[in-house]
Ligand binder design. Structure first.
Ligand SMILES: [Zn+2]
Length: 381
């Protein structure tokens, strides 16, 4: 059904989805075996390479005497067809009834896909809080070279999400800040979907329930209150209440919020930005944060709201100008290519309730950049 059709815009009903259980506490990685016991007998653990080196032995030891047999496998690094097929075959060979993804968002997505292909339970244990992947029934597939291919909508959410706050507080702060950038999009994109009366991402894709809208608002409130304090604490490797609150916002509130309310132009422009090579070294949430500012300009929001959001991003070190994303030399024609890519069929950008064309999107990005450059030069003066 076309995004803008009358029937799509005036859907009635509500849909809501989320993980079966979410537990966030310092030290929880050491209690994985206890959490897995009600789910099955044979667990396949797909683990990021750097996590295996730091915690692999401790994780294996924690299963001793638990009655659960485990197979630990190193994640190949990309959620691409080759890796999904490889892990799916290994899970089948191991006859695992639980698949656990331990690491970042791509590990989580590969674990979800391999579990569903094998009818196994899904457990996600993120070791960084850089995206809202852990809780959702969405997986993003890339090419082996890391180019985004498609979002896959899965039949089930994870059964269990285990977040060890102490592990996340010790990870590089850049990941937490990127997660804040991704979480920042949750309320603004929910608002686009409310304005355009769009369906959410939970099949059969109905309007967001009040519960989800409240979660998206709460996500925003927690970010505004605690993001800076959390960043400062994690820079020192400290675990405070602000850090716990931001881990929850980045992982649970943002995950439930985006899936149950829908995404819009912050993610659409993020996807468009990936056509320019300069952006390739940046994390998903960093590009999404810039996409949020462009979304606000595209929707014609009050300048004071754009200014406050840009100052929030700048205080955390999130990009607010094209130059901050490696695009200091991008021409208007380059940004035109970003705009065209962000308008590809099926893009989430179509969830905004304003007219769209390549020129409109390009000019929103360029005028946002001009505005934030002016803010920065005033800050320096
Ligand atoms: Zn995102």
């Amino acid at each position: 059904m076309p995004e803008s059709s009358h029937a799509q815009r005036f859907l009635s009903g509500r849909s809501f989805g989320g993980p079966g259980k979410y537990i966030q506490r310092a030290g929880e990685m050491g209690r994985l075996a206890h959490h897995l016991q009600p789910l099955g007998k044979t667990a396949f653990l797909l683990v990021d390479g750097c996590v295996i080196e730091k915690m692999g032995q401790a994780i294996e030891r924690s299963f001793a005497g638990s009655g659960i047999s485990i197979r630990l496998e190193r994640f190949g690094g990309e959620c691409c067809t080759e890796e999904i097929e490889r892990v799916t075959a290994l899970v089948r060979a191991a006859k695992a009834d639980i698949v656990v993804g331990i690491g970042g968002g791509k590990t989580a997505d590969t674990a979800k896909l391999a579990a569903i292909a094998n009818d196994a339970r899904i457990v996600i244990a993120p070791t960084i809080a850089s995206t809202d992947a852990p809780c959702s029934a969405v997986a993003v597939r890339y090419t082996a070279q890391g180019i985004c291919e498609e979002a896959l909508f899965l039949s089930r959410n994870p059964d269990l999400v285990i977040v060890d706050s102490a592990v996340i507080a010790k990870a590089p702060v850049r990941f937490l800040v990127a997660g804040i950038g991704d979480a920042l999009s949750t309320w603004y994109e929910a608002r686009s979907n409310l304005d355009s009366r769009s369906a959410n991402l939970v099949q059969p894709n109905l309007p967001a329930p009040a519960a989800a809208i409240a979660i998206a608002r709460a996500c925003h409130d927690v970010l505004m209150r605690d993001a800076l304090a959390a960043k400062i604490a994690v820079e020192k490797g400290l675990l405070t209440q602000a850090v716990e609150n931001i881990i929850e916002a980045n992982t649970l509130l943002s995950g439930l919020g985006f899936e149950n309310c829908g995404v819009s132009a912050a993610h659409g422009i993020h996807d468009g930005l990936t056509v320019l090579h300069g952006t390739h070294g940046f994390l998903h949430g960093e590009k999404v944060a810039f996409g949020v500012l462009c979304l606000l300009m595209l929707e014609g929001r009050p300048l004071i709201e754009i200014e406050e959001t840009a100052r929030f991003c700048a205080a955390l070190g999130l990009p607010t100008r094209l130059a901050d994303l490696g695009l200091a030399d991008a021409s208007p024609a380059d940004i035109g290519r970003v705009a065209e890519a962000s308008l590809k069929p099926g893009s989430s950008i179509y969830k905004v309730a304003v007219p769209l064309s390549p020129e409109i999107v390009r000019d929103a990005i360029l005028s946002l950049d001009a505005f934030t450059r002016e803010l920065t030069s005033h800050a320096r003066a």
